[in-house]
Design a protein around this ligand. Structure first.
Ligand code: ADP
Ligand code: ADP
Length: 226
């Protein structure tokens, strides 16, 4: 169970540009929230602040009652999937997925069970000994998702996870993501440029513009707006 709360969060980079301007919002437990908006409107910055990769300038981010915006990324119970996958190139698929569990001192046996279960969910069982360089784009994206789900985070963040894939694979991975969310029901925040992804994946969506939420609603409410 995890509800994500943003209270008046704002970001101004040291060079003085305000990129997120006092955003307040609640993403209830299990909701798949999609963020759309023009390039440069602050979508990535918002995700990076939630993940702890970028400090916020003001405001508060909570998961349920716990304030997380001062915690280290590893302490936030959040997993992020990046557009460029961000896999460790020298590690096998297995080790890429096991890495964060080893840091958390999970037992070898439990790590093995967890990694193999995730590999099965994502169709990676036969690729566990390969390295990222030997995989296709779709396979790499599955490993990136595997690395996120093994941690059983309270919140998933996705920064345009499918935009480096070709059109056919993008459709397939979108359907897989949909199935995965129906199974796990993890509170999710998903950035995309793709209108079809937004319409099919979103419970609700945020239309961002110049660092503010211009509109928040179901895809139907947003797209039917005259
Ligand atoms: P989006 O993801 O919507 O394309 P970003 O969050 O990447 O938007 O960027 C929002 C704005 O902040 C852009 O004008 C971008 O140039 C600026 N920006 C992003 N990262 C930095 C940074 N590290 N330092 C200064 N400005 C940045
Ligand atoms: P996006 O795909 O979100 O539009 P960008 O190409 O804007 O990404 O940014 C890529 C990287 O460069 C990000 O890590 C972002 O934080 C950083 N960045 C973007 N704009 C600036 C800027 N004006 N100054 C410093 N870093 C920036």
């Amino acid at each position: 169970m995890a509800t994500l709360h943003f209270q008046q969060i704002a970001k101004t980079y040291p060079n003085g540009t305000p990129v997120v301007r006092g955003l307040s919002l609640e993403i209830p437990d299990g909701e798949f929230m999609v963020i759309v908006g023009p390039s440069g409107c602050g979508k990535s910055t918002l995700l990076r602040m939630v993940a702890g990769l970028e400090p916020i300038t003001s405001g508060e981010i909570r998961i349920d009652d716990k304030v997380i915006n001062k915690l280290e990324p590893a302490e936030r119970d959040i997993a992020m999937v990046f557009q460029n996958y961000a896999l460790y190139p020298h590690m096998t698929v297995y080790d890429n997925m096991a890495y964060s569990l080893r840091i958390r001192k999970m037992s070898k046996q439990q790590i093995d069970t967890t990694v193999r279960a995730a590999a099965q969910t994502l169709g990676l069982e036969k690729l566990l000994e390969r390295k990222p360089g030997e995989l296709s784009g779709g396979q790499r994206q599955r490993v990136a998702m595997g690395r996120a789900i093994v941690r059983q985070p309270k919140v998933f963040l996705f920064d345009e996870p499918l935009s480096n894939l070709d059109a056919k694979l993008r459709v397939q991975m979108r359907l897989e993501l949909q199935t995965l969310h129906q199974r796990l029901r993890t509170t999710s925040l998903y950035v995309t440029h793709d209108q079809i992804e937004a319409m099919t994946l979103a419970d609700r969506m945020i239309v961002m513009n110049a660092g503010a939420a211009e509109q928040i609603g179901t895809p139907q409410e947003v797209f039917d707006e005259p």
